[in-house]
Write a protein that binds this ligand. Structure first.
Ligand code: NAP
Ligand code: ZN
Ligand code: ZN
Length: 365
C-alpha cells in the first residue's frame, strides 16, 4: 500500500487550496485562497487536471438562481489525479484518474440513496454552493485540488482523452440518465435534441452511438453543417422556421430539451408522436407555459431530470469508453474564464470550454 494512505481518523484539519471565485452577482471570477479538509478515511484527494464550464456555473456565479453563497468557486465537471487515499478506500489508489460531477454527498440511507439515486436525495450535497455534512460550504473544481468521499468519484478509463472526459461528469450524465430512464437510448428510436450546446451535443453522441436517429432543434443555423457532417445528426431544424417545424410534426419518440433560456414548449410537444416524451433538463429561470391540449390529444408527457446517480454515472463513463465518446471541447487557461463565461452566454462555444487547471492555475504556494 502507498505511503500516502491515511490510516487513522485524525482530527479534521485544513489544507490550503487555491482557485477562482465569483464574489458578487456580476459573476466575474478572480483568484481566491481557501481551505479544504484533509483526506478522511473514506476520502480521496485529487490534483485537479481539467474542469469543464457548465452553463449552470454561469447561473450560479451571477446568482440567477437566487441562492448563491459568495464567494463561489464553480466547477462540477472535474477530472483529476488521485494524490492520497483514506484507509477505507477500495476503488482508487494513488495515481489513478478520478472524475467528480455535480454532487459530493447524500444521506446514504433514504429511498433514493438505496436505489442509487443519490441525485434525488433530499440531503444531497452539491459540489459547490452547498453546506457539507461538517457545516462547511462546498467549493467546486475551478481550483487546484479536491477532496471527496470515494463514493462520489468515478473511475476514468485510460483510453479517453481527459479534457474531453471532464464535461461528461455533468453534461454527459445529465442527458444519459433520462435517455436511459425514458427508453430513448435505443437503436431505431428517433430522438429530438433541443439546444446544441454542452448537454445537447452529448445527447447526440450517445444517441448516434446506439443507432438512434437524431433531429436537432436549434436557434443557430451556423451549427447545421458541422452537426450533420461531424456529429452525424440526421435532421437539423431551425426552431423559428415554421415550415420546417410543421413538416416534422409527430415524428419524434422523445425530446431532450437542454435550452438554458425561456422558450415555448408547444412547438416541441407538436414534434412528438403519440406517447412521446419531452424531457426538460435545461434550467430556464422563468416557468414555461404548459400546453394542455397538445398533451391530451397525443397522450404525451413532459418530465424533468437532474444529473444521475453515481452507479449510472460510472455506467455512462464505461459506455463512453466502449463507444469512444468524449465531449468536443475548447481547452482554455484559467485566466480566460471570464471571457469564456461571456462567450457561453452568447452561445459562442462548440461545445464546451474546459479549463486546463493543472497547467494554468499558477498556485501561489
Ligand atoms: P449551453 O452549452 O450554453 O447550451 C445551451 C444551448 O441552448 C445553446 O447552445 C443554444 O443551442 C440553446 N440556447 C441558448 N440560448 C437560447 C435561447 N435564448 N433560446 C433558445 N435556445 C437557446 O448550456 P449547457 O451547459 O448545455 O446547459 C444547458 C442548460 O441545462 C442550462 O440551463 C444548465 O443550467 C442546465 N443544466 C441542467 C442540469 C440538470 O441536472 N438538469 C445539469 C446541467 C446543466 P442552439 O444554438 O442549438 O440553439
Ligand atoms: Zn452542470
Ligand atoms: Zn438519501
Amino acid at each position: 500500500m502507498s505511503e500516502a494512505i491515511i490510516s487513522s481518523a485524525e482530527e479534521p484539519q485544513a489544507v490550503n487550496a487555491y482557485g477562482w471565485a465569483a464574489r458578487d452577482s456580476s459573476g466575474i471570477l478572480s483568484p481566491f485562497h481557501f481551505t479544504r479538509r484533509t483526506t478522511g478515511r473514506n476520502d480521496i484527494s485529487m490534483k485537479i487536471l481539467y474542469c469543464g464550464i457548465c452553463h449552470s456555473d454561469l447561473h450560479f456565479a451571477k446568482d440567477e438562481v437566487a441562492m448563491t453563497i459568495y464567494p463561489l468557486v464553480p466547477g462540477h465537471e472535474i477530472v483529476g489525479e488521485v494524490t492520497e487515499v483514506g484507509s477505507n478506500v477500495t476503488k482508487f489508489k494513488v495515481g489513478d484518474i478520478a472524475g467528480v460531477g455535480c454532487m459530493v454527498g447524500s444521506c446514504g440511507s433514504c429511498g433514493n440513496c438505496t436505489r442509487d439515486l443519490e441525485n434525488y436525495c433530499p440531503k444531497m450535497v452539491w459540489t459547490y454552493n452547498k453546506h457539507y455534512h461538517d457545516g462547511s460550504i462546498t467549493f467546486g473544481g475551478y481550483s487546484d485540488k479536491f477532496v471527496v468521499e470515494e463514493h462520489f468519484a468515478v473511475r476514468i478509463p485510460d483510453n479517453l482523452p481527459l479534457e474531453g472526459v471532464a464535461p461528461m461528469l455533468c453534461a454527459g450524465i445529465t442527458v444519459y440518465s433520462p435517455m436511459r430512464h425514458f427508453g430513448l437510448l435505443e437503436h431505431g428510436k428517433h430522438l429530438g435534441v433541443v439546444g446544441l450546446g454542452g448537454l445537447g451535443h452529448m445527447a447526440v453522441k450517445f444517441a448516434k452511438a446506439i443507432g438512434a436517429k437524431v433531429t436537432v432543434i436549434s436557434t443557430s443555423p451556423n451549427k447545421k453543417k458541422e452537426a450533420m457532417e461531424q456529429l452525424g445528426v440526421d435532421h437539423f431544424l431551425i426552431s423559428r422556421n415554421q415550415e420546417e417545424m410543421q413538416a416534422a410534426m409527430g415524428t419524434l419518440d422523445g425530446i431532450i430539451d437542454t435550452v438554458s433560456a425561456p422558450h415555448s414548449l408547444t412547438p416541441l410537444v407538436d414534434l412528438l408522436m403519440t406517447d412521446g416524451k419531452l424531457i426538460l433538463v435545461g434550467a430556464p429561470l422563468q416557468p414555461p407555459e404548459l400546453p394542455v391540449f397538445p398533451l391530451i390529444l397525443g397522450r404525451k408527457s413532459i418530465a424533468g431530470s437532474a444529473t444521475g446517480g453515481m452507479k449510472e454515472t460510472q455506467e455512462m463513463i464505461d459506455f463512453a469508453a466502449k463507444h469512444n465518446i468524449t465531449a468536443d471541447v475548447e481547452v482554455i487557461p484559467m485566466d480566460y474564464v471570464n471571457t469564456a463565461f461571456e462567450r457561453v452566454a452568447k452561445v459562442d462555444v462548440k461545445y464546451r470550454f474546459v479549463i486546463d487547471v493543472a497547467n494554468t492555475m499558477n498556485s501561489p504556494y
